[in-house]
Design a protein around this ligand. Sequence first.
Ligand SMILES: [Fe+2]
Length: 212
Amino acid sequence: MDPLLSKTLDLNYLSLCAIDIITHMLEPFITGFYKAEIQRGIAKFFIKKTIDTIRALKKEPNNTDLRGNMHILSGLALSGIATRGTGGFHELHWLEHIVSGFFDNVSHPAGLSILLIPWLKYRWEKNKENITDLFSFILQKENVKKEEIFEYLDKFYKEINLERSFRKYGINEKDIDNFVKEYAFLTAKFPKFFPEKIDEKNLIKIFEQTLL
Ligand SMILES: [Fe+2]
């Protein structure tokens, strides 16, 4: 975990990497249904720490301790320690892979960054307890409200320059049809990766919200 390996990594790209780290843990947390008290507690701590670290790096981009922390969080996010046994899955990641599959100018974390808020809005109806639990911890406030969560995310996105739209990548409404067809293909071919399926109406809605 040598922090010097990311010494020259541009801060905007590092912000996107933070979103990849966060979503690797956030997706199973949100979609999970087992109690998994230990893993969920670890996930909350790691996610908040990733947010705190990228914020601090914005002020001190050359701080090697903070860059080292990002490396450690990145490894831990993928280790399974915060995600195994929750029953959750990586639904958002699959949506992103579809977009990057059609548009190789969309990097993986940029796609995740753009899709995260629309996907969370879709998941609110199904998993509001999990979303509230996570953001109450992040905001350090009991029973945080839906509006507060999305206001917080709006501010966080602006603060670390995260992207919200696929428009600049040359993606528009006519591409949604291909994304929906690919999703249908993937869910049929690899059902074990999709314990739940997003219905077509909601899938279109998610992609529409990425075209601001
Ligand atoms: Fe990822």
